[in-house]
Design a binder for this molecule. Structure first.
Ligand code: E4P
Length: 218
């Protein structure tokens, strides 16, 4: 399973890169706004900086909700870097845009996916990545991991090439479950990725080993 970091914060992206496990990054308009990035040229400059750090797939989301607008934005976004993946919302014009961009060899990430039916449509349209939002499904008391399982089963039976990019991650446990149930990629905030490191027995064990080593040197 590939690891993407789900943030537009350059320090966090650098930290994830330095860990040596980073395969890509995802952003969205909310994450860009959180960093205080305003205006098209600043936004594009920020995407370029993210791409320079990541050196691999970086999702940048369109704002338009009509086909022509999405294509215009996509064509501008891909000029920023060879690493840009155009993030397109799961709406009717979005599906048309994914088909168009896919036919042109432009990578896409179909976002705001909450059902297996949507996942089938995005795969049929040729999306490179599909982003089911686990946390937001859980927020309404449904089961985000069940959604991953269902999509993984369909994609496996149908031999779809689209990669399942599990998004809206809220905990390290969800990353483990995504790996277990067939997500190809997980995009997560850095704190959940770092949460995978932590175990009290590791901390206690290390403390004991170091204490014993100190005693043996005394
Ligand atoms: C990433 O591609 C998604 O936009 C993001 O994971 C959404 O996360 P949220 O539900 O925590 O906002």
């Amino acid at each position: 399973m590939k690891f993407f970091v789900d943030t537009a914060n350059l320090d966090q992206i650098k930290e994830a890169k330095q860990l040596g496990i980073l395969d890509g990054a995802t952003t969205n308009p909310s994450l860009m706004a959180k960093e205080g990035i305003k205006g098209k040229s600043n936004i594009f400059k920020h995407y370029a900086e993210i791409c320079d750090i990541v050196q691999n797939d970086v999702s940048a989301e369109v704002i338009s909700v009509d086909f022509d607008g999405m294509i215009k934005e996509a064509e501008e976004l891909v000029q920023i870097s060879e690493h840009i993946v155009v993030k397109i919302p799961m709406i009717k014009d979005g599906i048309k845009a994914i088909r168009y961009l896919s036919d042109k060899g432009i990578k896409t990430n179909c976002t705001l996916v909450f059902s297996a039916g949507q996942a089938i449509l995005a795969a049929k349209a040729g999306a490179t990545y599909l982003s089911p939002f686990i946390g937001r499904v859980n927020d309404i008391t449904w089961d985000g991991i069940e959604l991953i399982k269902e999509i993984a089963e369909i994609y496996s039976v149908q031999l779809y090439d689209t990669e399942i990019l599990a998004a809206s991650i809220r905990s390290p446990r969800q990353i483990v479950e995504c790996a277990k149930y067939g997500a190809d990629v997980v995009t997560s905030p850095l704190n959940s990725i770092l949460g995978l490191l932590r175990h009290p027995l590791t901390d206690n064990g290390l403390e004991k080993f170091l204490a014993d080593h100190r005693k043996s040197q005394a």
